[in-house]
Unconditional design. Structure first.
Lengths: 273, 273
């Protein structure tokens, strides 16, 4: 029996749309509902407790919408809120960090892995912990990239400023001899060619979006949660902020038509008060 | 360029041959060398330091044979020696526990997972730790099965004694409502039908052998370590004990011809003295 429930995906903003893009391409028969928490972004400057509460509210909201799985398409929310969210929800929760760490360990030949991510994600140490759980002999060199998300969100993916920032962040990983680099932020696929040129063809880049979509697909299949393979799936968008602003910025990240965007409130009553 | 190096696989005895079986079926183009540490089995009653030293000696021995990867096809050695071995060897080390824990989390619908394994493996807590790293909301119910390995090694897979022991170990997992059961010992595939009958068709059984072979295949592919796809691979056997005894017991576990078995010494000189 096909499972007709949608898959819920969330992020603080538009970055997670790169994960949704890969999901839509990998699982064209599944329905997806994407929620962007635009009213409260960015999560970066928030406290851990705040991010955990936001993730909880969104998770509960999506669960009430009847989703069969929640995908945390946000490295910051994953690095601080994943275990709590998994304990709180009845549906399975898949996130961006575990699949990437696993892929990096599978890919590397010299066991020297690099990580480019936001400051909070690097500071959380989650990637390091997971890489060492999977291969205690692998070395992870992590570099925080504070300049990239603001540039990408401003629509800048080709300027000298972007190229120089990428080169600056890539240099320590090249010096460390990394043959595999985790791009641990959902915004970074928009700079894929700039990263690949900075690192050269001998370095394998591992993206959140690709690895997470693969994990979602395998997990749905193994649970018997797949929808009918012959149908065409639908997808829709929810935002806690302004639908128009979301639509405008979102299509660059989704690389597919982003039609209906609906405003929703996810906050719980006591939190609103 | 195809990578013609063999894959090294080891276990204390014959149990790991069920892992080798799945590897030979999954990767018929790869060469394998299997080492059974019969002179020092079983690892169960050994101290952690002893098992770590044995794993180190075998790993170094296989690395000197020029293998491209070491597979720890032994739950006991994995649960106590894996991180050390990964730090000590230059080649990547894949083991039985991580792929199984990952598979169980992917498979379960109700997030209630059972584990049947030896006393030492259950006591190590490795499965619990990994399952919770992958899904903090999953529950693991673990049952140690001390009667099974001796019965299986004695050639008994159909007696009332076996059926009753399996039923006894399965009961607590059925009572806990587990919909997925990890068979966390390389000997257990020989009782696959007995386990499946005890649990019924609604419970999914996850075997070390299948999941580890899958992880080895994906890892070789992603590293670009695969041998020529069109060739037929060879496999050979080494034992620290008696070749004849190994050959006699081994074919039941390998389910393929087990021709040449060679006696080798893996102990380092200071350890022999």
């Amino acid at each position: 029996m096909p499972d007709s429930r949608a898959v819920g995906v969330f992020d603080s903003g538009v970055g997670g749309l790169t994960v949704l893009h890969e999901c839509l391409v990998t699982m064209p028969n599944e329905d997806f509902v994407y929620l962007g928490d635009h009213a409260r972004l960015p999560y970066g400057p928030r406290t851990r407790d705040e991010v955990r509460r936001f993730a909880h509210e969104i998770g509960v909201y999506l669960e009430r919408q009847g989703v069969k799985m929640v995908v945390v398409a946000c490295n910051t929310a994953t690095s601080v809120a994943l275990p709590d969210l998994q304990e709180q929800l009845a549906v399975p929760v898949v996130s961006v960090i575990v699949p990437e760490a696993h892929a990096a360990v599978q890919v590397t030949r010299n066991r020297s892995i690099g990580l480019l991510a936001t400051e909070l994600t690097v500071a959380s140490g989650r990637y390091e912990q997971l890489v060492r759980t999977l291969d205690a002999g692998a070395r992870l060199t992590a570099v925080a990239c504070p300049k990239l998300v603001p540039l990408i969100e401003a629509g800048d993916t080709f300027s000298d400023e972007v190229t120089e920032a990428v080169r600056e962040y890539a240099d320590p990983l090249k010096a460390a001899g990394c043959d595999t680099v985790i791009l641990g932020c959902t915004h970074y696929p928009l700079l894929r060619p700039v990263f690949q040129r900075a690192f050269g063809r001998d370095v394998t880049l591992v993206f959140s979006a690709d690895e997470t979509a693969r994990e979602v697909a395998v997990t749905l299949a193994r649970k018997g949660f797949e929808n009918d393979a012959s149908r065409e799936g639908a997808y829709r968008f929810l935002t806690t902020g302004e639908p128009d602003a979301f639509r405008e910025l979102g299509e660059r990240f989704l690389q597919l038509p982003l039609a209906n965007v609906e405003h929703v409130e996810v906050r719980e009553l006591e939190a609103v008060a």
